[in-house]
Design a protein around this ligand. Structure first.
Ligand SMILES: [Co+2]
Length: 441
């Protein structure tokens, strides 16, 4: 069967029209003039200040290229403070948070949770928090010209600024990662309001991305101090059933992957997850290299990609060009029923990558027996990969904003710890088979 009219596929989306390459690792500095956030009487949630204002503070390093020497000189993080980390929320800096929040609710099934902005005493930004089961997204826009948020959006477009991590002790977590050579951005600080106290602290990671440690153990409010409950009648037409972040992937520049793997090993005490399907042969088809760092419980899984020379221009290179440097490439969100989730997403108007029919012709032989009907997976363009522990099902959205940068992955694990590497080659081969059928190869 010839796949006439099929749209953009994963592999074609991996290829880029652009010929220019990004080899530079230089970081533009964020706008100056934003004072460091300190604990104080004003109840407001303040995302960590940008790198610029932190210059001179202990632990601050102006350029990530210095990490290698710093981390090798540092001692590993002490055990304990980082043992029970979880993804807490993702904060996206966006051009229009009000509209972005509406999109993530109506298309992806999030529900309104909390809000901070001028009406709550915050005058330089508006933040909307939306929630779905254990996955919280914060959409933040600047309300003033030229501040760190506006500059971030100008450089990167809409994108992930903060991959926040929940901890039972933000001070200890911060102290532990700093002892392991982390880049400090904002020291632990208390945020208060009538519902209690939350403690947050922020460190830097690749590009201008940060991790905020969040400790809500003494806070009873809806979100964090300074936020109020956001009541809005915004609902997705079809419930989506997403549950939590499975993994969060960073793209870094040429030959920087090992540096960032070492950063997480040193600062967080994370280890590399060695996968059964981690074979070098896939690099030819993916034009990327990837290593996964994870905590001891495999809860905070963070693959790190770097571009590689391959059969096509690296999709990582396209990302780096489009985002203006390293950043979060995709966030994989777990579901317990990917077939129902994908049906709902499509019905809500979400654009997902399509898969050539030839992929499904070869699927049974490649992955063996699975519980799902291949005909349904074919209808919905769901991908399957297997490792020595089981299998997993996945599908990718198209980019979530105009720049070809951040996208979501929907994932259902059935025992496998794979991230889907086997799909790169399978998709590549199936696309060429489709081309051959059309006489174009
Ligand atoms: Co993934």
């Amino acid at each position: 069967m010839i796949a006439h009219g099929r749209g953009r596929t994963l592999a074609t989306s991996l290829a880029s029209e652009h010929a220019k390459s990004l080899r530079s690792t230089s970081q533009p500095s964020e706008g100056a003039g934003v004072p460091p956030v300190a604990a104080g009487p004003t109840p407001q949630f303040a995302p960590a200040p940008a790198r610029g204002p932190a210059v001179g503070r202990p632990g601050y390093h102006p350029a990530h290229r210095e990490i290698r020497g710093m981390t090798t000189a540092a001692t590993p993080a002490p055990a304990g403070a980082l043992d029970s980390l979880e993804f807490d929320y993702l904060e996206l800096y966006v051009g229009n948070a009000k509209q972005a929040a509406h999109f993530y609710c109506t298309a992806f099934g999030f529900e309104p949770l909390a809000y901070a902005g001028p009406e709550t005493g915050v005058h330089d930004r508006a933040s909307y928090v939306v929630v779905q089961d254990r996955f919280r997204l914060v959409l933040t826009s600047s309300l003033v010209p030229g501040d760190a948020i506006a500059e971030h959006v100008g450089r990167h477009g809409d994108g992930v600024h903060d991959v926040a991590l929940r901890t039972e002790n933000a001070r200890a977590a911060y102290a532990a990662v700093m002892a392991g050579g982390a880049h400090g951005i904002a020291e632990p600080r208390e945020l208060h309001d009538a519902d209690g106290t939350a403690v947050v602290a922020t460190i830097g990671t690749y590009g201008e991305t940060v991790h905020t440690f969040v400790d809500r153990s003494a806070y009873r409010g809806v979100w964090l101090p300074g936020f109020v409950r956001w009541e809005a009648a915004i609902r997705a037409p079809h419930a989506v059933g997403l549950s939590h972040i499975d993994h969060c992937v960073g793209n870094v520049s040429w030959n920087e992957m090992d540096t960032w793997v070492a950063y997480y090993e040193r600062a967080f005490g994370f280890t590399q997850l060695i996968s059964f399907d981690d074979k070098d042969i896939s690099t030819e088809y993916t034009a990327l290299r990837s290593k996964v760092v994870t905590d001891a419980r495999n809860v905070v899984k963070m693959p790190i990609n770097e571009p590689a020379e391959g059969l096509k221009k690296s999709q990582i290179e396209e990302y780096l060009d489009s985002y203006g440097g390293p950043g979060v490439q995709h966030v994989a969100i777990a579901t317990n029923d990917i077939i129902e989730t994908v049906r709902a997403l499509r019905a809500n108007g979400v654009e997902l990558l399509e898969t050539p029919d030839a992929y499904y012709d070869a699927l049974g032989a490649r992955v063996g027996a699975i519980d799902e009907e291949i005909a349904i997976l074919r209808e919905l363009d769901i991908l399957v990969d297997r490792d020595d522990r089981g299998y997993m099902l996945q599908i990718f959205t198209k980019p979530l904003q105009d720049r070809p940068t951040l996208f979501f992955e929907i994932i259902q694990r059935r025992g496998s710890l794979s991230f889907g590497k086997g799909n790169f080659k399978a998709l590549f081969v199936s696309i060429e088979q489709e081309q051959a059928k059309r006489g174009n190869l």
